[in-house]
Ligand binder design. Structure first.
Ligand code: 293
Ligand code: CA
Length: 160
């Protein structure tokens, strides 16, 4: 009995040291992918990573591409996140569509999960629903937001 308890302890010690080795390898691998993901069209803010392929598309295209990649359209929820998306817009010299629309109720901008937005950075005079057709939101190089027709093509930025 004493012997079998001892051999269980030594088995567990072996398992723990194997796990330690695997954890170390995983940490090294993660650090590498974290660097790759932020080069050059990516930005991390806290636990969030914003990244672009550099391609443009309309809102539905972009939404699908981000979902397919396991993320969602960039949805900055504070000034730091907004600044990160702004840097990507500046780097690529292209405005970005955000994961925010008022498709459901005109004038009530929501995230794609249906929650009302907790942060906004509208350009003065926006949102103006110009021509009655603007349900999507683009982020300019100056970081400010404009409501825009969802059929326009804008830079694809996803968040993970
Ligand atoms: C109007 C007035 C402009 C404004 C524009 C955008 C379109 O043309 O000042 O920049 O609408 O809001 O989304
Ligand atoms: Ca507008």
């Amino acid at each position: 009995k004493g012997d079998s308890a001892l051999s269980e302890v030594s088995l567990m010690k072996k398992q723990i040291s194997a796990l330690e080795g695997q954890l170390k390898a995983l940490q090294a691998s993660f650090a590498k992918y974290q660097k790759v993901a932020t080069f050059p069209g990516g930005r991390t803010v806290g636990n969030k990573v914003f990244i672009t392929s550099g391609y443009e598309g309309n809102f539905d295209d972009m939404k699908q591409r981000c979902l397919q990649a396991g993320g969602q359209l960039a949805s900055p929820r504070n000034a730091a996140e907004n600044a990160a998306v702004q840097q990507i817009a500046l780097l690529y010299q292209k405005p970005v569509f955000l994961g925010i629309t008022d498709i459901q109720t005109e004038g009530k901008f929501k995230y794609l999960n249906g929650d009302t937005i907790v942060y906004s950075n509208w350009h003065p005079g926006e949102p103006n629903n110009d021509k009655g057709t603007e349900d999507c939101v683009e982020l300019y190089g100056n970081g400010k937001w404009n409501d825009k027709s969802c059929g326009e093509k804008r830079l694809i930025v996803c968040e993970f």
